[in-house]
Design a protein around this ligand. Structure first.
Ligand SMILES: Nc1ncnc2c1ncn2[C@@H]1O[C@H](COP(=O)(O)OP(=O)(O)OP(=O)(O)O)[C@@H](O)[C@H]1O
Ligand SMILES: [Mg+2]
Length: 295
C-alpha cells in the first residue's frame, strides 16, 4: 500500500478560467471563473454545485481533455496539458458511454490495455477489479444488457483497473438505487484506506457528507465555499441526547435541573430516521448479489 500524507498536493488549480463560445454568434459563456483550489493527496474531496456550475468542465481541464482559457492546473505537480499527468489517474465520466456489444469483462480488459496493462497479470487484475465492484456474476454478459447501477459499477472497474493514485468520479451514483449508492460509498472509502485520492461530484449531499474529508462548492463557475466537512457541518459546542419519551412533569424537572446549572434546554423533538436508513434496513438486496434479478 502506498502511503501519502495530506501535505502532498494531488490537484492544484490556480486562477482557472474556461470560456465557451455558444450559438451562431459565438457568445462567450464563462463556465469556470477564476477558480483556485488545492486537493490534498490521500483524501476524498467533494466538488459540489448546482447543474451547470462548472464541475464537469473543471474535471475535464484537470484531465487535460479541455484547455483552460486562463490559469493553471496540475496533477501531482505535472501540468495537466502533459500526457504524463494522466498516467496515474482513473476517470469515471458523467453519463459514461460504453461499447454495448462487449461483455463487462471485455470492456475492462479493453481499458486495461489502453492503460498499458498486458501479459500474465492482465486477466487476474481484470477479474480482481470486477469482483471488487461486485459484478463477477454478470461479468460475461453484454454491457448493453446492464442496468444503470451495473453500468456505473463497470465504469468504476474501468477507472480503477490500472491502480491509479488519483480517481476522479463524476456523479458515480447518478441513477443508482440507495443500496448501490451505499456500496459505491463503501468502495470510495476503501480507495481512501489504500492511500488514494478521490475527487467526486455528486448531488447526493448526504453521501458527500458521509464520505468526504473536504468539499468545495461552485456556483456559476466561482468558488463560494471550501473547507473540511467536519468544520462546515460540525457544531462542537452542541450535544443531542436521545432518551425514551419523558412526561411533561419529567421534562419540567429536567429544565429545572439544567436551569440550576446555568443551561437551557434548547429543543425537544422526536428523532427521525433518515429515509435512506429505512430503505437500507428493509432492502438488504444489492444488485451485485442478484445481477439477474429484474432483467
Ligand atoms: N462544450 C461546451 N460548449 C459550450 N458550453 C458548454 C460546454 N460544456 C459545458 N458548457 C457549459 O458550461 C457550463 C458548465 O457546465 P458543466 O457541465 O461543467 O456543469 P456541471 O457543474 O458539471 O453541471 P451538472 O451538475 O449538470 O453535471 C454550463 O452552462 C454548460 O452549458
Ligand atoms: Mg457535470
Amino acid at each position: 500500500m502506498k502511503t501519502v500524507s495530506s501535505d502532498v498536493t494531488a490537484i492544484e488549480l490556480r486562477g482557472l478560467v474556461k470560456d465557451f463560445s455558444v450559438g451562431l454568434r459565438g457568445v462567450k459563456l464563462r463556465a469556470v471563473d477564476d477558480f483556485s483550489l488545492r486537493v490534498p493527496a490521500g483524501q476524498v474531496f467533494g466538488l459540489l454545485g448546482p447543474n451547470g456550475s462548472g464541475k464537469s468542465t473543471t474535471i475535464k481541464i484537470i484531465l487535460g481533455l479541455l484547455e483552460p482559457t486562463a490559469g493553471r492546473c496540475s496533477v501531482f505537480g505535472v501540468p495537466s496539458a502533459q500526457v504524463e499527468a494522466r498516467v496515474d489517474v482513473g476517470y469515471l465520466p458523467e453519463s459514461p458511454y460504453f461499447y454495448r456489444h462487449l461483455s463487462g469483462r471485455e470492456l475492462v480488459r479493453f481499458y486495461a490495455r489502453i492503460c498499458g496493462l498486458g501479459g500474465a497479470t492482465l486477466a487476474p487484475r481484470v477479474a480482481e477489479v470486477i469482483d471488487w465492484v461486485g459484478l463477477t456474476e454478470a461479468a460475461d454478459r453484454l454491457v448493453g444488457t446492464y442496468s444503470k447501477g451495473m453500468l456505473q459499477r463497470i465504469g468504476l472497474a474501468q477507472a480503477l483497473v490500472h491502480d491509479p493514485r488519483l480517481v476522479i468520479l463524476d456523479e458515480p451514483t447518478s441513477g443508482v438505487d440507495p443500496v448501490g449508492a451505499a456500496a459505491i460509498s463503501e468502495l470510495i472509502l476503501q480507495l481512501k484506506a489504500q492511500g488514494k485520492t478521490v475527487l467526486i461530484t455528486s448531488h447526493l449531499l448526504t453521501q458527500i457528507e458521509d464520505i468526504c474529508d473536504r468539499v468545495a462548492i461552485l456556483d456559476r463557475g466561482r468558488l463560494i465555499l471550501e473547507g473540511a466537512v467536519c468544520d462546515l457541518v460540525g457544531r462542537a459546542e452542541r450535544q443531542a441526547l436521545i432518551v425514551e419519551k419523558l412526561s411533561p412533569s419529567e421534562l419540567q424537572e429536567l429544565r429545572g435541573w439544567l436551569g440550576l446549572r446555568g443551561r437551557t434546554l434548547e429543543a425537544v423533538a422526536a428523532p427521525r430516521a433518515r429515509l435512506d436508513q429505512i430503505f437500507l434496513e428493509r432492502v438488504g438486496r444489492g444488485e451485485a448479489k442478484s445481477p439477474e434479478g429484474g432483467g
